[in-house]
Design a protein around this ligand. Sequence first.
Ligand code: WTA
Length: 658
Amino acid sequence: MSQDNAASNATQGDAFENLLHENRQFPPSDEFAAAAVAKADLYDEAGADRLGFWARQARELLSWDKDFGETLDWSNPPFAKWFVGGEVNAAYNALDRHVEAGLGDRVAIHFEGEPGDTATYTYAQLTEQVKKAANAFESLGIAKGDRVAIYLPMIPEAVIAMLACARIGAVHSVVFGGFSADALRNRVDDAEAKLVVTSDGTYRRGKPSPLKPAVDEALAKPGHTVSNVVVVKRNGEPVEWSEGRDVWWDDVVGGASAEHTAVGHDSEHPLFILYTSGTTGRPKGILHTTGGYLTQAAFTHRNVFDLKPETDVYWCTADIGWVTGHSYVTYGPLVNGATMLMYEGTPDSPHQGRWWELVEKYKVTILYTAPTAIRTFMKWGKEVPAKYDLSSLRVLGSVGEPINPEAWMWYREVIGGGRCPIVDTWWQTETGAIMIAPLPGVTATKPGSAQVPLPGIEVDVVDETGASVPNGSGGYLVVREPWPSMLRGIWGDPERYKDTYWSRFENMYFAGDGAKKDEDGDIWLLGRVDDVMNVSGHRLSTTEIESALVSHEYVAEAAVVGAVDETTGQAVVAFVILRGSVSEEIDVVDTLRAHVGKEIGPIAKPKTILVVPELPKTRSGKIMRRLLKDVAEGREAGDATTLADSTVMQQIASSLKR
Ligand code: WTA
């Protein structure tokens, strides 16, 4: 076995080396380049005057109620202020101004529900709905600065609720609908939300699936700050009702006035909080503000996807609960006046061709999705997409995790017919918008590499000491200069913001990702260097799942690692030591998986739980996850000489054999 593993490690190593000497390149066609939105001179302009470049973008892409003075105030790093003194309304920019410009009849959202029901919102209709929702939220006592939790499936009301908050200056905190009641409650408490917007439920694989019961459970214990719950009727299933607290969306929004004037908010007014996993147990509320965020979301959406708002039909498959759903479903596309598709369901319902059927039906031109989805489609086979007409597609995007060159090539050939540029986009909840990506029409693309920092973005790869590494070497990904859509902090915890991102290297933002520069200087992302896992493009913290496991009465100790997984990128593998009192009869694994699902959400459920007698620890008591990763990935465990008890790895191996 050890020889096989040595061999497979060697092959993996070779594959890795090949990957970094990728010599396939796909330059844009002359035709594409000639019509492209982005031109190479953007790099020159930003290189010569970075702040001037961003100031121009801010003024050209957004309509300001009051122009800004200074472009960047960096006098108190790492706390940035962009477009100082400017006033701007996100909802006005996403909606009203397009209607005022005579584009009211342009479709903003084509909605396709999982059961096949459809709805269309023109810019005029979406504007009206957002105005009504803004009035409705105000009538429920929501004012500028108040926090609103949005816990909804992928339905238009999610976008409407976000923009209604933005319009009145309320700060939205979208909580992914797949999170549990406990996770929702933690987020509601941390942000002290006054309002929750939810729905009776949604549909999953052809059946109604509930959502409101989780809200009821989350708010069952007193001590929260929520005064109302607005409930969208989506699947029509019966729900429990808390009189005085719960109100139907149709009543409160449906009955509201459609007159609402948007006023400008300060450029640095908080727009939203979005929780994400970090290296410690508690999720962090990442704070984004208005002017800088909107500028970079709009700039990147237009240039990285080569958006032609008059003719494109854009589809980003991300859920609204993740940052991609914020920047590239709600804000970027609507600020740019794009027409988008929004789909409620899963890719395999009712059949594995659903996505491609949608591309054909809506003539989607730009598709933005995640490598995990592409790998799933690869598994299902190219015969599935081959049944549909995908000739409308012209740009394909990828986000969430490194895309392996095979998946990249498959995406290019099978989905893109060999003619669509692929834009692999690196960014994070914290960066707010895309940071590294090729520009279609400009960059010759390379399978597997996110390649180049965008104009105006100073990304680098550095060694342990913070020195820039030469081409051909690896290290840590950092950002050297502030950027418009950077996080402004962690909600309620400025120290944690400094510690997490700005203390590892002096004067640089530490992203938490490993990266390598190839011989051409192109950047390859190599995954997280901290205890954050990436499962299907979703960020999960090892510590958070360990805390969930040890909170169960059966568990004495737990260690979690992310093991390589063909489809999901990484999979959660947990090693647990049970308490002596646990009877052998009990199905521990199922119980613990369900427990993690309840504590965090189904996405966090370990794929594998291994019951072990001991965990490998150093003399100072630190768990050596590296050794557990070896076990989880089926390799002979590596160097174990620093273990306090050198027999632990044998004990684990023999217990697993049993
Ligand atoms: C990873 C998602 C490689 C990375 C927008 C980052 C990527 C984390 C890529 C952020 C990519 C995202 N190539 N890795 N193109 N895009 N990542 O906050 O590890 O959910 O730090 O934001 O995903 O995940 P988040």
